[in-house]
Design a binder for this molecule. Sequence first.
Ligand code: NCD
Length: 393
Amino acid sequence: MQRKDELSLTGRSVTSLEDLSASEIVGLMHLADDMAKAIGLGTDHEPEGSPGFLDRILGLLFFEPSTRTRLSFEAAMLRLGGSCIGFAEAASSSAAKGESIADTARIVASYADVLVVRHPLAGAARVVAEAADVPVINAGDGTRAHPTQALTDLFLLWRRKERLDGLTVGLCGDLKYGRTVHCLAPVLARLGSRVMCISPPALRMPEVTLRKVVEACGERPREVEHLAEVIGELDALYVTRVQRERFASLAEFERVAGSYVLTPELLSAAPQGMLVMHPLPRVDEIAREVDADPRAAYFEQAAGGVPVRMALIAAVLGLQKLPAGRDLRGRDVPQRVRRPADAGGCPNPRCVLAHEPALVSEAIEIAGDPPLLVCSYCEQPFTQTVLAMETWT
Ligand code: NCD
């Protein structure tokens, strides 16, 4: 039975951070702290020790490249005492033979107790969650969401700043295509922190994400083009890579590649206590010399991915409850109004709807004046013209 001071995620899927209440997110931070102690992360103490053998299997469905996310999920399950199965690229799965995402999900769900999915199409994690009868965790679906990265980002702030409210966080770089910032910006606002958006005009934060921030805190984020304008005001600077693989064409990518770089000179204007964060992989947007600066926190941030994922796996498998009743600040996401989609359906060629013919297109309303109608799978506005994608690598 669930106690009043506990929250349960047993059996639940997490395809977006909107699936979690503010107190569940904070509860996960507490549980991740316990997991970090158990594995001896960030302490001088000996690890408290792993729980021993766990008769549960994690299924990894990685249709897109990954280093940190896949390996930290694997490490997390092994640290919990469980086992992992799965594939690390679409080419080695039956997707290469034309199997639908839903069929693959149904099958692997019959071999495993929890699934983790990464896919290049926005909305794919939801399709997996709808097809599988075990909990599904989204490890990144197209440009839409990457909830466990955002939890990992919050965990660094939680440990280093000892709070998740009242912070000012600058999100810098490719805010248009970066799924990590699409998740992180609204959740920071929900938890009572302020977000600033720093990007070249061509890589601005999408309107839907800006609206979610307004919905959460009543304030539209400040948007600037140059880091120097705001770096002195930040508690944390979150730099992102230009998402080369998500651009419609090589020419579009080349127009913005290398357009922002965090250098030691730029960093000299930042507060002493500011954290430099990055979901990684880094390409050239943070100069290597910055690594030696005590504010560089990105490697520590990545290491926190293991206890965070241990906490989430343990919670959805029902092995652990989350502590509740503490830190009850923050807002939950309101129920969204659902509407039938336009006759043509979702126009985004990188929406999962374009590849899973059995799915029915549907719109959701994001509050504002006028409300924004977006596809309920990929969250791209229905009104926006999406250019046909060239195929290039
Ligand atoms: C991110 C991703 O895959 O979205 N990487 C990660 O999971 N840490 C960021 C990126 O690829 O730039």
